[in-house]
Design a protein around this ligand. Structure first.
Ligand SMILES: Nc1ncnc2c1ncn2[C@@H]1O[C@H](COP(=O)(O)OP(=O)(O)OP(=O)(O)O)[C@@H](O)[C@H]1O
Length: 354
């Protein structure tokens, strides 16, 4: 097994305010492998930001153990690195935020250069490095612009360049696309994916949007009320979500929820003929290639009227969902359902014709 670059073990984070005790994170363990894009999803207040702030020790846990790379950074109730060692470790962890956090009085170039103020590089090397970073994020021609002269997407690119200034191994993105429109969001996600592949950067993505997880993450953890409730590869989580909250998040990302509302209003579904079945089919991987609907027609003379279909490619694996009306003789319908299940396809009967 590969050794994780980030290992959070049994992390508790409790805030005490006068009479109130807020348990923001409760016994969360997460291991993130080098080179992964790892999503952490959950609604506002679930504890995502508080948890990831422990990775660079902006937030010390109340209890638990943190290992970053080869170093234990937190254990036995205290931070294990001091002074220069802690600063160095923090420099290897870049962070970007929803509201960019750029300095308004400094140009794009100066904002990036600011991150190199403690670097040992010479003035020329720093200038060169800043130019390379702006080039890397596609902003070479905007170096002398102030944040107010840049679009949201461009501001986030400056923030990404700044976060990469000290050659971090880890980049934490805390809702970095939440303030951007859908097209700009896609562009920033594509940039993060490119940096992940080109630089081998490990990316931790906090988000409340499952669509983002689906687009670029390899693994995902779902948080609710301070707990980690489900964790796994994006393929596993999307093809077989176990917890109700995970299922809810996934529905918003696949569009099936909206489709179902529309489908239920269609005449064919409202007046479903006797014995006909309205079914939802879900498949992942090889079963997608099975011409199963063809097979049930040939074998059982059961026809399938496709009302909705959606196929996603997750981690190179097709994952699909369909809503179909199956029509045929009662005994043939039973056989067709068995054949579908035997092909490894999940089948849920949504309605039976009465
Ligand atoms: N410094 C603090 N003092 C007291 N309570 C805090 C502090 N920081 C966070 N909390 C509380 O911890 C809980 C988790 O907050 P957190 O910001 O981690 O959630 P989140 O999932 O990241 O949500 P959001 O996306 O809205 O930031 C919340 O109830 C929040 O009010």
């Amino acid at each position: 097994m590969t050794k994780p670059i980030i290992n959070l073990e049994h992390i508790d984070i409790t805030f005490r305010q006068k009479k109130r005790v807020i348990e923001a994170v409760k016994d969360v363990s997460i291991a993130i492998n080098k080179g992964d894009i790892y999503g952490i999803v959950g609604y506002s207040g679930a504890g995502k930001s508080t948890l990831v702030r422990t990775i660079n020790l902006l937030q010390a846990p109340t209890a638990g153990k943190i290992t970053i790379g080869d170093d234990v950074t937190f254990a036995d109730g205290k931070v294990q690195l001091k002074g220069a060692a802690l600063r160095q470790k923090r420099q290897k962890i870049g962070m970007i935020f929803q509201h960019f956090n750029l300095m308004a009085q400094k140009t794009a170039r100066q904002n990036v250069a600011f991150a190199l103020r403690h670097s040992k590089l010479s003035k020329e090397e720093k200038d060169q490095k800043v130019a390379e970073l702006l080039e890397l994020v596609g902003l070479a021609d905007r170096a002398e612009n102030y944040p107010s002269q840049l679009s949201g997407g461009q501001k986030q690119r400056v923030a990404i360049a700044r976060a990469l200034a000290n050659d971090p191994e880890i980049l934490i993105s805390d809702e970095s696309t939440s303030a951007l429109d859908p097209k700009t969001t896609k562009q920033i996600l594509a940039l993060l994916q490119e940096l992940n592949q080109k630089l081998g950067l490990t990316v931790v993505m906090i988000t409340h949007e499952m669509q983002i997880v689906k687009d670029i993450c390899h693994r995902v953890a779902v948080m609710q009320n301070g707990h980690l409730i489900e964790e796994g590869s994006v393929l596993d989580i999307f093809s077989n979500p176990k917890e109700p909250l995970t299922q809810e998040f996934i529905k918003t990302a696949t569009g099936i929820e909206d489709a179902l509302v529309k489908i239920e209003k269609q005449a064919i579904v409202q007046n479903l003929p006797k014995d006909d079945l309205l079914v939802q089919l879900k498949y992942a991987g090889t079963s997608t290639d099975e011409p199963i609907l063809n097979q049930i027609y040939k074998q059982f003379e059961v026809t399938a009227n496709i009302l909705y279909g959606n196929i996603e490619i997750l981690d190179d694996t097709p994952v699909g969902e369909m809503i179909v009306v199956l029509s045929g003789e009662a005994f043939a319908l039973a056989g067709a359902q068995e054949a579908i299940l035997a092909a490894g396809i999940e089948l849920t009967v949504l309605k039976r014709g009465a």
